[in-house]
Every structure is written in structure tokens, then in C-alpha cells.
Design a protein around this ligand. Structure first.
Ligand SMILES: [Zn+2]
Length: 427
């Protein structure tokens, strides 16, 4: 699988919290002290000039201020930038009519300075991902008290591998009020597995009662997924449920649950199998008939979703399957387009004619206009596919090879839980 570098913020807890807290606390207090001094400076400049200073002005005013050196210079700069950004956010809100918006507030906590977030940039930090350590620089004023640096042993969530960290842009020390401890936020680029780029081809999927799914690929290959196993399953369970009398209704409930679980399992395996086939065939877009649209249009063509033999497959089952397929396809970067099924079972996918005389005989679609004979479900799937990608060879396809008439059939083997192609019988 290809690798891709993406920006992320990794939250890390500090394992040696008790050792580093006495060092981080004064930095947090210093950050809020500096904020408040800058905030007061803004007020003063505003009163004299009617303007709020930019962050560059604040930096040059305050860089010689005694408190500026409590933090590493780049951390102090960041405090002033954040204040300037907060003022800009306030202007924007006021310009957009937010009269209730308040200017950035002073940072106070019971007449004391609270623990503000401290940002470490550039030379202000050093990350050792191999040993899970981060070294944070103090300001000049605070160095003499203890040591020059704060060395934090960090721990990240188990699913995050620090080896994947390519570069760290900044480290933010954030006080977590609910845990009553400091944590570090690493703003970084990490390497992740990139989903393989999907192909550009299309496939049409027609869902139905006889073949649960018929697939027509862009290059003319076609596949059928008959409902054989679900029918056998339903027949078996219906018989057993019918034999349950009132006294064993609990047993009937259990059997119904089992039947439903097996159907869900079938849907999962089939959707996974279809997505796998799409990956193999370089498919980037799956067009699938939107059954919701059909139910609204009673006059057009309404499939009989009611009882079919022993199988009670209702439209919700198709919706559920489509959702599963969409979810699994999206994971592979393949998109799923739901298209209206209107006209897709009646017209010829080859010459695109819809004629009254065209008919379905024993599952085969026969076109009077162009003499095409195709599996009816595959013809429907090809019409669905053409709704997202009109075939360039439309109407001019070589029909002599019977490309739609001889689809591969995949049968579900409940023992192995897989779909396997049935040996093709050529007539
Ligand atoms: Zn035709």
C-alpha cells in the first residue's frame, strides 16, 4: 500500500508528570502574564491612537519587557500572535453584525494567573520519537532556578506509531483541567497508508429477486450472483419455524434471529466480494439502481418486492445491502452512484431502443431491433452503468460474442463462506 504524508495533531500524555509539572506551571503562568501585559498594552495604544496594534508591533514593543524572557523567545512570540489573532476574530465578528462579541479577555483565575497553553516552535523544542521524549526550552528568566530544559517522557495512544512521525512543526503544552495535568499536543506531519488510487472504469449493478446482483463491467464482462443459498436457507428456516407450536415460540424467535444473522452475513460477504472484484477490474465508480426512486413511481415499473416463493426479501434488504456496499467501496476509494432504475429493464442496452416487442424469455432479453440476446438482469445492469458512463461503443458493440448472454456466475459456498465462480456451461 502506498504511503502518504498528512498533517495531524497527536495528543500525548506525560509519564513523568510529577517531575515536570513544577517546571511547566511557571511557564503556563508566564504565558498568561505575558498575554495580560500585551492585552493591557493594546488598550493603551488604542486609547492613544484609536488602533489595535498588529502582532509585529506588539513583538517590537514587548521584546525588551522583563516578562518576555520568562518563555523561550519563540513561545513568547506565539502568545502575542494569538492575542493579535483573537483581536482579528473579534473585528470580523463585529463587522458581520455580531454586536454582542467581546474583545479578547484578560486571563485571570481567582486573582492569580491561570495556566495558559505554551507553544514551542523552531529551536524551542526537540523531539526524540525513538525514545518517546520531548525536550522543551524554558525562557531565559526561568532557567536559573532549576535546569535549562524540561524533559518530558511521553505516551501516545496505542494506535499511533511515533515512527510514522515525519516532522513536528510545533509542540503545545496544554493544561487538561479534567485530568488535572499537563499534556502535549504535537502538531506534525505523519506518514499513513494511502488507499490505492481507484481505477477509472465503471460497473453497473442491478439488484433483484432471482439474481440478487447482476454486474456489467465497462469492458463487457458480466457477473451474476444468484440467490441460491438464501433461498435454501429461507426454505429450511421457514419449515422449522412452521413446526414450532405456541409453547415453543421462544424457539421460533431464536430461529428467526438465526435466519436474519445468516442473511446479514451473506450481505457482508457479497458486498466485500463485489468491492474486491471492482478493485481487480480497476473500477472507480459503481452505479447501482436506486430502488427508492422506483417505489415512488408506481406507474413506471414496479418490481414485485413481496413474497417470492419462500423468500421474503423486502426493499429494505436492498437498501441495507446498498449501504454496506457503499461503505466498503468508499474505504477503497471507489464511489457509489445511486441512479434511477427507470427504463433500465425495458430498453436494450445495445441499441438503446425501448420497444414493446422487445421481451424477456426465460431470463433472456431479446431485442427485435438489433437481435441482441442478453441475460435480462445483465442487460439491466448495463443500462444502469450507462447512466453514469455512456458507452463509447454504444450501438456499435460486437454482439456476435454474446458478451452479455454468457455472464460468469458466482455461487455462495456456505461451508467456506466465499463466493466461487461456477464452471461455465457453454451451450
Ligand atoms: Zn437492441
Amino acid at each position: 500500500m502506498a504511503k502518504e504524508v498528512v498533517p495531524r495533531t497527536i495528543v500525548a500524555s506525560i509519564r513523568n508528570q510529577r517531575q515536570v509539572q513544577p517546571d511547566l506551571d511557571p511557564l503556563g503562568f508566564a504565558a498568561s502574564k505575558l498575554w495580560n501585559i500585551a492585552r493591557w498594552t493594546c488598550d493603551r495604544i488604542w486609547n492613544e491612537t484609536g488602533l489595535i496594534p498588529e502582532d509585529s508591533d506588539l513583538k517590537s514593543y514587548l521584546k525588551s519587557h522583563e516578562r518576555y524572557a520568562d518563555l523561550h523567545s519563540q513561545s513568547s512570540q506565539r502568545v502575542l500572535e494569538e492575542l493579535a489573532e483573537a483581536f482579528k476574530g473579534w473585528y470580523t465578528k463585529r463587522r458581520n453584525g455580531g454586536q454582542k462579541a467581546n474583545p479578547p479577555a484578560y486571563r485571570k483565575h481567582n486573582n492569580d494567573h491561570p495556566r495558559s497553553t505554551i507553544t514551542f516552535k523552531g529551536a524551542g523544542f526537540k523531539v526524540d520519537t525513538k525514545y518517546g521524549r520531548i525536550r522543551l526550552s524554558k525562557g531565559r528568566n526561568l532557567k536559573e532556578y532549576w535546569s535549562d530544559f524540561i524533559l518530558c517522557d511521553i505516551q501516545t495512544r496505542p494506535d499511533i506509531d511515533l515512527d510514522d512521525v515525519k516532522s513536528v512543526q510545533q509542540v503545545r503544552a496544554v493544561w487538561n483541567d479534567s485530568k488535572d495535568e499537563w499534556e502535549l499536543h504535537l502538531v506534525c506531519n505523519i506518514e499513513v497508508d494511502a488507499p490505492d488510487t481507484p481505477g477509472g472504469k465503471t460497473v453497473g449493478v442491478d439488484l433483484g429477486i432471482n439474481n440478487f446482483a447482476a454486474l456489467a463491467y465497462e469492458d463487457g464482462e458480466a457477473e451474476l450472483y444468484p440467490l441460491n443459498c438464501l433461498k435454501q436457507d429461507d426454505y429450511y428456516f421457514s419449515k422449522r419455524i412452521a413446526r414450532c407450536d405456541e409453547s415453543s415460540s421462544e424457539q421460533a424467535t431464536r430461529l428467526n434471529a438465526k435466519k436474519s444473522n445468516r442473511r446479514t452475513h451473506y450481505f457482508h460477504v457479497l458486498s466485500k466480494h463485489i468491492v474486491q472484484r471492482c478493485v481487480e477490474e480497476d473500477v472507480g465508480t459503481i452505479a447501482i439502481g436506486d430502488l427508492g426512486g422506483i417505489r415512488e413511481d408506481e406507474d413506471s415499473e414496479v418490481k414485485d418486492w413481496g413474497k417470492h416463493g419462500n423468500l421474503d426479501l423486502h426493499s429494505w434488504a436492498f437498501d441495507r445491502f446498498t449501504n454496506l456496499l457503499e461503505y466498503k467501496a468508499n474505504v477503497e476509494g471507489i464511489s457509489v452512484d445511486r441512479v434511477s432504475e427507470r427504463g433500465t429493464s425495458k430498453s436494450c442496452s445495445c441499441c438503446v431502443r425501448e420497444r414493446k416487442s422487445n421481451r424477456v424469455e426465460r431470463g433472456l432479453y431479446v431485442c427485435d431491433e438489433c437481435d441482441m440476446v442478453a441475460n435480462a438482469d445483465v442487460n439491466g445492469a448495463e443500462n444502469i452503468r450507462q447512466k453514469v458512463s455512456p458507452s463509447l461503443t454504444r450501438g456499435g458493440r460486437d454482439r456476435s460474442n454474446g458478451w452479455l448472454a454468457q455472464p460468469s456466475t458466482y455461487l455462495f459456498d456456505s461451508e467456506s463462506g466465499c463466493f466461487a465462480p461456477r464452471e461455465q456451461v457453454l451451450s
